[in-house]
Design a protein around this ligand. Structure first.
Ligand code: ADP
Ligand code: MG
Length: 275
């Protein structure tokens, strides 16, 4: 059990030197301790960039990142690595590495370069492998795994880092439906059983709504809405942000609101017919 952390952005602005373009405009948000926050929004809206600010890989031009009540700018890289684990979009793992050795890489903020694995390292790696249900695959090379297994191995590496906060950029992209649900369930279970605080980028709005406590909607580098998924992800918002007409239904088993496109082959959306 880890003590989930909290993380907050205050008035963040980020511009890149190249082109002088501002990518993130005045974003303020808070990831509640023990909560699950989904970042959603169109391609290019700034979700990955915002996540890199949240993990301190990108220094904001203006504003402040706060982790567990302290300004993150003051932390060393190693301290930051003990607080926040991050799996970037399209993360590649060296194919020849065994699953166990990949997971052990997560221990880097806890280990001095010249030291051998400690008992705590071994325990954290074993727990992470167990949690991600990888025991039978632990000696296999990462390059020989299926997409879903590889994603679980990467999540196990992040778990071995033993942080309170887990950040995942599109962890379900490229996975088939069964493996998408497996990853969503795994992360939700870690949130509930280990107390991990989670922030993830998800494209499927129904999955984001079902598996997260809160959503933050990004558009054009701005945070345009934030709050409980069912309150935020309305038909009006989806039309404004994604330019797609939707219908809201009730899931016949869970009773949750689900959103499906109003258009189908032979019927383009009203929005498109009138524009
Ligand atoms: P998303 O993850 O929502 O698809 P990104 O955060 O990857 O969006 O990108 C947001 C915008 O920032 C894009 O227009 C992208 O081209 C731009 N961008 C991202 N990284 C850089 C960079 N290092 N230099 C300049 N522009 C960048
Ligand atoms: Mg992205």
């Amino acid at each position: 059990m880890v003590d989930g952390g909290m993380i907050a952005l205050e008035g963040i602005e980020l511009g890149f030197d190249i082109g002088g373009r501002t990518i993130i405009h005045d974003v303020t948000c808070r990831l509640r301790r023990g909560g699950i926050l989904a970042l959603v929004g169109p391609n290019g809206s700034g979700k990955s960039t915002l996540m890199r600010v949240l993990t301190r890989l990108e220094a904001p031009t203006r504003g402040r990142l706060v982790v567990n009540g302290q300004a993150a700018a003051a932390f060393t890289a190693r301290e930051m690595g003990r607080l926040v684990a991050f799996l970037p979009q399209d993360m590649q793992a060296p194919p020849a590495l065994s699953v166990r050795d990949l997971v052990a890489c997560g221990r880097y903020p806890h280990r001095a370069a010249w030291r051998r694995e400690s008992e705590a390292d071994r325990r954290a790696v074993a727990e992470a492998i167990q949690a991600a249900d990888l025991a039978s695959l632990s000696e296999r090379p990462v390059g020989g795994l299926s997409g879903g297994e590889r994603q679980r191995a990467l999540i196990a590496m992040a778990l071995a880092q033993d942080t309170g906060i887990l950040m995942l950029d599109e962890p379900t992209t490229y996975l088939d439906l069964r493996f998408q649900l497996q990853i969503l369930d795994l992360v939700r279970r870690l949130n509930q059983e280990w107390g991990l605080t989670v922030c993830w980028v998800l494209h499927d709005l129904n999955q984001a709504a079902a598996y997260s406590d809160e959503v933050l909607v990004m558009a054009n580098g701005r945070s345009v809405a934030t709050g409980p998924p069912d309150e935020v992800l309305t038909q009006d918002l989806i039309r404004d942000i994604f330019d797609v007409e939707t219908v809201r239904l009730s899931h016949p088993l869970s009773g949750r609101a689900i959103t499906v496109p109003a258009q189908f082959p032979g019927r383009s959306s009203e929005l498109r017919e009138t524009s």
